[in-house]
Design a protein around this ligand. Sequence first.
Ligand code: SME
Length: 169
Amino acid sequence: MSHSINIKSAASKEDIYTALLPQVKALVSSKEPVTTALANVAAALSQAFEKISWAGFYIFRDDILWLGPFIGKTACTAIKPGSGVCGTAFAKGETIIVPDVDKFPGHIACDSGSRSEIVVPLAGNKKIIGVLDLDSYDCSTFDETDKKYLEDFCGILKNKLDLDNYIIT
Ligand code: SME
């Protein structure tokens, strides 16, 4: 099935998220594999925001967060819970905004050009199954507005997909 995303590039961050949310809702189908849905969500976010250099998911299996669907440069394949921004957000179960990656102790530099980052836990109905990670080549790209809307995005994924039974293979 073909899908496209329509966003006006001059719109404010809030306007972009408001336009994007219903489109993502329409994009994600419970009849399709979870990997399929996550791949298109990463692409939709990357398409909507010029400042995003990398968008993707890490999915927990066998005590490791494994690289999942993403768009951007090749990245670290395995992150331990508690390590880096992704592992910390996963272990704490809370969104972490990093305005300057050099000031986050233990930040894992998959791309040396990355300057700021946001990581949002991805939860099913029973447990946290991974994280959504967005990176940017600019400092301070992500703020509380991103946190609010990205948590909404993850809420849509929780409601529409069977995340608790998703096994990355
Ligand atoms: N910077 C992340 C690692 C993942 S890459 O950014 C894609 C971290 O510190 O966990």
